[in-house]
Design a protein around this ligand. Structure first.
Ligand SMILES: [Zn+2]
Length: 132
């Protein structure tokens, strides 16, 4: 974390849709960097992000705009959707969180030109890929 940000435009970038919860940020960033060979993570946050994305009645235009910006300008090569343990903005059990992640990924894949993966942040605050 002590390296200077790359300004050449050749860094490997991911875009992440995460909860606003501060506890979920660093675990998500570490997991994405380690598992996808990523230098930097563009973070887009909403309270209970996976629940919002899974609800077809909630518009996601503004989130889509930010995703497109990350892909077009920063050349993000993978999109990661996060759900996490003890989410106060989306207080459902783990199996419902994972069902929401599955719905969120399906919704995003309709318009997203890069791979979309789902990440669960566990009770010990580490990342675990969700198999869809
Ligand atoms: Zn949360």
């Amino acid at each position: 974390m002590d390296k200077k940000p790359d300004q050449s435009g050749s860094d490997r970038r991911a875009v992440c849709l995460n909860c606003i919860d501060g506890r979920a940020q660093i675990p998500a960033i570490h997991w994405i960097m380690e598992n996808h060979g990523i230098d930097y993570v563009d973070m887009i946050t909403e309270p209970g992000m996976n629940g919002l994305l899974a609800d077809p009645d909630r518009p996601i235009d503004e989130i889509q705009r930010k995703i497109r910006l990350s892909i077009d300008v920063n050349k993000a090569s993978v999109l990661v959707v996060v759900g996490h343990y003890d989410c106060r903005g989306n207080p459902v059990d783990e199996s419902e969180h994972k069902r929401q992640l599955s719905s969120a990924v399906a919704r995003l894949r309709k318009e997203c030109p890069i791979p979309v993966v789902a990440l669960w942040i566990t009770a010990d605050w580490t990342g675990e890929q969700v198999t869809l």
